[in-house]
Design a protein around this ligand. Structure first.
Ligand SMILES: *Cc1c(COP(=O)(O)O)cnc(C)c1O
Length: 253
């Protein structure tokens, strides 16, 4: 039964707010690109739908969004299967951006299109071994601990080159670039510094190992996407600015 009355108005207001928020986010991307002489086509928008129920993703799809980021494997796989059944023609792209433990790699290899959070060879090897033959290679980024906190996940900058060489040799993965989650910072200069460091690291790897093709810098979120774009981000990961504040915290995978 189609929703009526208050239910319909509620559904319509969610739809309007998501499509407006997506339009505002594209506006921000365009302005940030214009400010540094880049074009909006050079910056992809990943809508981070973690903790959002699947009908919210359906609304974002209706508003034209195709690439979604998820943090938790089981929640992500449930949503992928739901959306695939609901909208088989939509050609959605699913990115795992959260931490990945080795006992979850099979589900990820079988369902996701991208993984941004590869930070050790064992995980990469399992993903490559478990990627089904009928699917294209899994697109991966190496997550770098660019701010250097001991508590954060991500490979140390000094160890990225060796990991990149090893991952690049795995048959069922396609190494695309680097990802980072810097500490929140106030002010343009402090916000740009870790993004610049990630870009410089990418350039360094590319010079050291010309067989790499690192065309992706996954950096920038709701609060700092302008700073990330100014430093060369090619994929920004935006949750709050599109879907609003997340009002519950999901258990870790
Ligand atoms: C949650 C999350 C985002 C989105 O953050 P917002 O501040 O809500 O835009 C981006 N990247 C990662 C890895 C995340 O976990």
């Amino acid at each position: 039964m189609a929703p009526t009355g208050a239910g319909l108005r509620y559904a319509q207001s969610i739809m309007t707010s998501i499509s407006e928020a997506l339009a505002r986010t594209h506006e921000r991307i365009s302005r940030a690109c214009a400010a540094c002489g880049r074009t909006p086509e050079q910056v992809g928008l990943l809508a981070v739908s973690k903790t959002q129920p699947w009908p919210v993703v359906v609304e974002a799809v209706a508003a034209g969004q195709r690439a979604f980021g998820e943090n938790y494997v089981q929640e992500g796989v449930d949503k992928i299967l739901h959306l695939r059944a609901q909208q088989p023609q939509a050609m959605l792209q699913w990115h795992l951006i959260g931490p990945l433990q080795s006992n979850k790699t099979r589900e990820v290899a079988e369902h996701f299109d991208w993984v941004h959070s590869v930070d050790r060879l064992k995980i990469a090897q399992r993903l490559s071994d478990q990627r089904p033959a009928g699917l294209p290679p899994l697109q991966v980024c190496l997550q770098v601990n660019i701010s250097g906190e001991a508590s954060k996940s991500g490979v140390h900058p000094d160890e990225v080159l060796a990991l990149a060489r090893a991952v690049n040799a795995l048959p069922r993965l396609h190494l695309r670039g680097l990802m980072s989650i810097p500490e929140p910072a106030a002010g343009e200069v402090a916000r740009r510094a870790p993004h610049r460091a990630l870009r410089e690291l990418r350039d360094h790897l590319q010079r050291e190992e010309p067989s790499l093709h690192l065309d992706v810098l996954s950096m920038g979120m709701s609060d700092d996407l302008e700073a990330a774009i100014a430093e060369g981000a090619t994929l920004v990961r935006v949750g709050t600015a599109i879907f609003g504040r997340r009002n519950h915290v999901q258990a870790q995978p």
